[in-house]
Design a protein around this ligand. Sequence first.
Ligand SMILES: Cc1ncc(C[n+]2csc(CCOP(=O)(O)OP(=O)(O)O)c2C)c(N)n1
Length: 839
Amino acid sequence: MSTSVETLIPNAAGVGLSSQLPTSAPTLSPQLMKSMDAYWRAANYLSVGQMYLCDNPLLTRPLALTDVKRMLLGHWGTTPGQNFIYVHLNRIIQQFDLHMIYVGGPGHGGPAVVANTYLEGTYSEIYPNISQDISGLQKLFLQFSYPGGIPSHASPECPESIHEGGELGYSLSHAFGAVFDNPDLIVACVIGDGEAETGLLATAWHSNKFLDPATDGAVLPILHLNGNKIANPSVLARISHLELEQLLRGYGWTRYFVEGDDPALMHKAMATALDCAIGQIKTERKNARLHGHTSRPRWPMIVLKSPKGWTGPKMVDGKHIEGTFRAHQVPITDPSKHPGHLQLLAAWLKSYRAEELFDVDGRLLAELAALAPTGLRRMGANPHANGGALLRDLQMPDFCDYAVDVTAPGIRGVGDTRVLGKFLRDVTSMNEAQRNFRLFGPDETLSNGLGALFEVTQRQWDADTLPNDEFLAPTGRVMEMLSEHQCEGWLEGYLLTGRHGLFNCYEAFVHIIDSMFNQHAKWLKVTRQIPWRRPIASLNYLLASHVWRQDHNGFTHQDPGFIDVVVNKKAEVVRVYLPPDANCLLSVMDHCLSSRNYVNVVVAGKHPAPQWLSMDAAVTHCAAGIGIWQWAGNQGNDAPDVVMACCGDVPTLETLAAVSILRQYLPELKVRVVNVVDLMKLQPHTEHPPGLTDAKFDEMFTEDKPIIFAFHGYPRLVHQLTYRRTNHDNIHVRGYKEEGTITTPFDLTVSNDIDRFHLVIDVINRTPKMGENGLRVKRQVEDKRNEHRRYIVKHGEDTPEIRNWQWRGSGEPGSAPPGAQSPAPWGPALLGPALLGSS
Ligand SMILES: Cc1ncc(C[n+]2csc(CCOP(=O)(O)OP(=O)(O)O)c2C)c(N)n1
């Protein structure tokens, strides 16, 4: 491979002009280049050592089989390239006094980041037992991919990492999330050419249209074109240079190509490219910050084309390794089973000439150690890579100031998220000065009822604007791009570097990021066990357009399954809240925005809906997470005959409507109403400490009475959470069961048997001795369901009695003495005249 560094600089018309940059630029003196090459060799040596050696770390005696680990793990292919990049980044950090962190997209290059943080000293500072001597080296090597040791990826245990890179695709979005509102920060983001084939990475290039050069930092993408994935070539490596260059140009980048395999030439080329890139970043910043330029910069990026497994074995067992897909993992397999492999391994290790790099005690030579930046400029010590260390509390208004005045339960609200929107608006403005709060979403901030934010901020947008656009500005607190992946990736990067945020999304489509949520939750679980990782702000989801209000959008938009995915994760990391009304939503969101190290999922409605609790009652209810709504039931001081449980705004509405029927027509039935806000309360506290104790659960749900549970999501989840509870056999759950289409709001509940009439039928069917009265009510509500169907087909909307239904029972807790009979001013008969007097 010949070596070149090439850039394509746009001329005034924006057309790319190719120009060769001199590879002999005087960036590196011969001495500096020699030292950097030695540093690179040291990192490569440590990487191979981690993959292979359990003892004899500096080969002070001939390599023996007993020095080699029994299980050989790790990914060599990406590692030397990442080591090469790291040493060059160290140089520019020093030269330009940069605040820089490193994101390694191919996180399987864990040996590289561990090696480099060890060489720069941060690793030993955090883990003093991995000391800067032979014994430390031996432990460094042994722990890698070893039981009880560290994972093979850039895992949370590694000091420089905000991105494990186990699941490929998220690096560039994380990097951009990290630089929003971090004007001095540069994130060097290494992107695997395989990783570049993933959906998110392919769209993440567009992040440059959302970056404000005046108030945000910069990302320097380094596309690592090493040609191969695990077993295949990469697409970007097998299209023509012109196609690749045009693709990246189309994404809006200035491209610097560094290509070759001769280390000496490549060092020069890389240094030149980095100098150009950093120079350009500085110029763009200056233009925006000092000269007020507003045009979108064509930010620099580097394409590093180097052989996969560079400097590793060229041939093993007659097969080409370096530069091929075979270099991906462990190029030399188990020496105990393959004659000749031990010698090959020894030769490979020796090729790095460790004796020229480390002193006899195993310490990196001082002149090489001096190549790394010092103190907090080291990428492993930069506090942005341990974002919790930088986290400042959000300034929060008193959420009670936004309360809905609930004069009586059941008054009609304006839409719960619309109430929340005003609270979020003020959270936004109160934190404008410290610039550490952003709202992310795929184009739905307005439609999710959060339009109040645009009274104080804009959508950040650095592409062109037209006169009819709304709420677009170079800087703003709202980030909207129609890629749920991108929103999630940006938000994660933002949180991981010590800020706060909220992701609002359609409930059905948040599934798109299921797997990203998984990875973030895993990260949080691990970091909770790492004392030096400071807690970060929670990842908050607001699922504001939920399954039960997708009657107009139809079946594709009806899916409450994200919460099923979420509860698979450790209860110590996840929380799921289903506030029944606006005051509960305010209370829950206040808690979520103040919390740390969780993933909080909040499901809330945006349509006008009944409001149940005063703010005081809401605060008490949400603090408990679950509670008996004494005012809604009629058990008084007696034991209930049936427990009507509800979780979610629409299930709560249908439950209370069902209760009102029961109380009017079957008043001898003692009904208890339990509302669940915090879903995880259902789990036994032995599995999830904040869950209800069995005694409390039994007290609330009884040990033997039927429980009719109207649930927002798929019914199975309630069974999953409660299967160990005493009364589990009596829990009968109604929820979404994949019945949906374009229809009326109430018909969606009818289609899934969670409507008030069906809940009444469930009660009658499952409560013993309901007698003739019960059968008559059951027939009546069955007729009601049929009548409903006929009506909506004829009129195209729900019946007036459904549309206008209002709770007319007694008031909130405290409004009537316990045990007092409700005056039951139910108003017009719910089931029509045929039933009047039946009770
Ligand atoms: C989303 C995802 N799919 C599949 C894998 C399995 N995998 C691990 S490494 C790899 C190839 C990566 O290629 P590239 O990004 O070019 O990295 P490099 O070649 O530099 O190792 C694959 C497919 C993964 N980690 N993540």
